[in-house]
Design a protein around this ligand. Sequence first.
Ligand SMILES: NC(=O)c1ccc[n+]([C@@H]2O[C@H](COP(=O)([O-])OP(=O)(O)OC[C@H]3O[C@@H](n4cnc5c(N)ncnc54)[C@H](OP(=O)(O)O)[C@@H]3O)[C@@H](O)[C@H]2O)c1
Length: 294
Amino acid sequence: MKIPLKTLKSGFSLPVYGLGTWEMGGRMEPDYSKDEAQIQAIKNAIEHGITHIDTAEMYGAGHAEELIAEAIKVYDRSKLFITSKVIGFNQSYENVLHSCEESLKRLGTEYLDLYLLHRFPDPGLDIKETMRAMDKLVADGKVKHIGVSNFTVPRLKAAQECTTNKIVCNQVHYSLEYREIVEKGVLEYCQENDIFIVAWGPLSKGALEDAEILHKMAEKYHKTPYQVALNWVLAQKNVITIPKTTSLEHLKENLGSIGWEMDPDDIDKLTKEFPNQKVVSNRVPLDYPASMEA
Ligand SMILES: NC(=O)c1ccc[n+]([C@@H]2O[C@H](COP(=O)([O-])OP(=O)(O)OC[C@H]3O[C@@H](n4cnc5c(N)ncnc54)[C@H](OP(=O)(O)O)[C@@H]3O)[C@@H](O)[C@H]2O)c1
């Protein structure tokens, strides 16, 4: 299927649905035991129209990037959109350049479409130097666009002040259950300042399965609860998402979240009435220690 795009006022576009790769190729260490199935899962995603693939140097300590390289080599690179990320402790000027080179080698590509700061630079590192390196990567053609991940508004403003390249996205935890970016004004700021929110963790597994309101909406629209949950995320201005799945069945189900609309009243109802909403992420709370306070 053709995945629809969202476009910022600046003209920068992203497909509304991309593929996440956390836990492909291991967690913090490489795991080679499921390579074949995971390469096939990435190919399945591309065969189903997905062009945006999200990864990071951290995922499987680089092995997720190697799996992507293997999966994409039979496809036209120019039709894909590949995002990777540099971890907080690698954000000195030299280390950003080095990390990017290593990601490019593992991915078997000459450029990244989007390169993100996975978090704000670790304590002791200087955001000016981090962004100077990001600018050099853009100037050298190794990175087409830059963005950030898990940034509060003050940290996002501080990063943007250090560069003339536009920060095109903030990749953050966001789902019906996790609302920290709403609570901290990140969603509103990005919507008002022409920045994409790339929602990670949109499926929030157990909570979605248990919520009665979601089952009722699913029944009303003849969809599954996961399709409703993803549709709710995508109904919001400037928000796109990158669910991870290695299952073909889940992939097909998730893609069924696209191409239809809920009534605004139902979106509003889900926003307000989804049970047990959390205003702090259980995985990356936005006030993590970094070289600037959150
Ligand atoms: N920037 C950051 O700090 C950060 C943090 C976390 C994640 N991310 C990115 O965001 C992506 C998505 O986040 P995530 O992987 O943590 O969470 P997620 O996409 O919300 O959930 C993934 C989990 O849901 C399962 N799943 C997928 N579709 C399903 C369906 N239709 N029914 C039932 N289960 C389903 C997957 O298992 P199966 O594989 O078996 O389908 C997997 O266990 C990551 O892969 C990564 O690229 C970024």
